[in-house]
Design a protein around this ligand. Structure first.
Ligand code: NAD
Ligand code: AKB
Length: 315
C-alpha cells in the first residue's frame, strides 16, 4: 500500500491534488503538509500537519514515522514572486528540491514527483511548438532553478536510483485556490474579476500567447506519470506538457460569449518580459507516446466551467 506525502497542500495545485490522491489511495494514506493552514476539506478528510520542507531533520522524522513511500513536492516560489527576491527564491527552490532528493536517497520514500515548468525555456528557445529537447537558456531566477532542478532530479535517478518523475507544467488554471504569484496568473484572475467586477486590467499585453492547462487535466497527467511503468519512461529530466495555447485577448473573447459586457484593459508590468521569454506553445508528443498524456479541456469548455464554478463559489 502506498503512503503518500504531499508538500505544499495549501497551494493552487496541492489543494486539488491532495483530494484526488485521497480518492484513489484512501484518505488515511495521503499525508497533507504545508507551512500554512490547509483548506477545511483537506484538514477534515485526512491527516494534515504543518511541516517545513526546508527543515530536513523534521522532514526525515515525519517520513520515517509515517512510513511514507511517495512524495509530491510542490513547495516553490513562483516566477513573478521570485523576481522580487532572486537570491532567496533560489535558496528556497533549490533547498526544497535537494531535501526531497536526499530524503528519497536515504529513506523508503523513493518515489518523488517534483514539478518543473515551461520557465525552463528562454528567449533563445524556439517559441512555437517548443520541442522536448532544445536550446534552454532561461533568464529568470525561477526558470534557472527549475532547469537546475531537472538536472539534479535526473542525476539522483541515474546515480542513486531515486524514482524521480517530473512534468514541465504550463500555466495552470483552476477555480478552487487562487494562483500563487506566477506570470500565468492572469488567466485565473481574469475569471474571478469577470464575476466580481465585469472587467479586468491585464498585466500582460493582449497578444501574449502562452501554453496553459486546466487543473483537472494537470492532476490526471501528474498521477498518470507517477503510475506509469518505469520502463515506459524515456525521460527522467521532465516531460513537456502543453495543453492549449491562448492570448489574453482570446480569453476575453471566450468570456464575452457568456458575459457580452465584459471589458478588458491592458497594463503590462515586469511580468511581460518573463512571458516574452517563454514558449507560446509546446510540443508534448513524447509525453503522449511514453505514458499516454491525454488532456481534455480547450479554451471554450474551460471558460464555461471556470465562470460557473467561480459564480457558485462567490455567491
Ligand atoms: P502555490 O504557491 O500556490 O503553492 C505552493 C505551496 O507550497 C503553498 O501553499 C506554500 O505555502 C507551500 N510552501 C512554500 N514553502 C514551503 C515550505 N518551506 N515547506 C512546505 N510548504 C511550503 O504554487 P502552485 O501553483 O501550487 O505550484 C506548485 C508547484 O508547481 C511549484 O513547484 C510550481 O513551481 C509548480 N508549477 C506551477 C504552475 C502553475 O501554474 N500553478 C506551473 C508550473 C509549475
Ligand atoms: C508561473 O507563471 O510562474 C507558473 C509557471 C508557468 O511555472 N504558473
Amino acid at each position: 500500500m502506498e503512503r503518500i506525502l504531499v508538500i505544499g497542500c495549501s497551494g493552487q495545485i496541492g489543494s486539488e491534488l491532495t483530494l484526488e490522491l485521497r480518492r484513489i489511495y484512501g484518505n488515511e494514506n495521503v499525508f497533507a503538509t504545508d507551512i500554512k493552514q490547509a483548506a477545511t476539506d483537506i484538514v477534515e478528510s485526512g491527516p494534515f500537519d504543518i511541516l517545513d520542507v526546508l527543515d530536513y531533520s523534521n522532514l526525515v522524522h515525519f517520513v520515517v514515522r509515517n512510513k511514507i513511500t511517495q512524495v509530491y513536492n510542490l513547495a516553490a516560489v513562483l516566477s513573478g514572486n521570485a523576481e522580487k527576491i532572486p537570491q532567496k527564491a533560489w535558496e528556497i527552490n533549490m533547498k526544497a528540491l535537494m531535501n526531497t532528493l536526499e530524503l528519497a536517497r536515504e529513506t523508503d520514500a523513493k518515489k518523488l514527483f517534483w514539478p518543473s515548468s515551461i520557465a525552463v525555456f528562454g528567449p533563445t528557445t524556439p517559441r512555437y511548438n517548443t520541442p522536448q529537447l532544445t536550446v534552454m537558456e532561461p533568464n529568470t531566477v525561477y526558470g534557472i532553478s527549475k532547469l537546475a532542478g531537472e538536472r539534479w532530479g535526473e542525476y539522483y535517478h541515474k546515480r542513486y536510483g531515486v524514482d524521480y518523475r517530473s512534468l514541465r507544467y504550463p500555466g495552470l488554471i483552476s477555480y478552487k485556490t487562487e494562483a500563487g504569484g506566477g506570470t500565468t496568473d492572469y488567466a485565473v484572475e481574469i475569471y474571478y474579476e469577470a464575476i466580481r467586477n465585469g472587467s479586468y486590467e491585464c498585466f500582460l499585453s493582449e497578444n501574449t500567447a502562452l501554453p496553459m492547462m486546466f487543473m483537472s487535466d494537470a492532476i490526471k497527467a501528474t498521477i498518470d506519470l507517477m503510475e506509469a511503468a518505469p520502463e515506459n519512461l524515456s525521460l527522467r529530466s521532465s516531460y513537456n506538457v502543453g495543453g492549449m495555447s491562448f492570448t489574453p485577448k482570446e480569453v476575453a473573447a471566450a468570456i464575452r460569449k457568456h458575459m457580452p459586457s465584459f471589458e478588458i484593459t491592458y497594463k503590462p508590468d515586469f511580468r511581460q518580459a518573463i512571458a516574452d521569454s517563454w514558449p507560446a506553445s509546446i510540443d508534448d508528443s513524447v509525453a503522449r507516446k511514453d505514458w499516454g498524456l491525454n488532456d481534455q479541456h480547450k479554451l471554450d469548455s474551460m471558460t464555461e466551467l471556470m465562470l460557473n464554478e467561480i459564480r457558485l463559489k462567490l455567491a
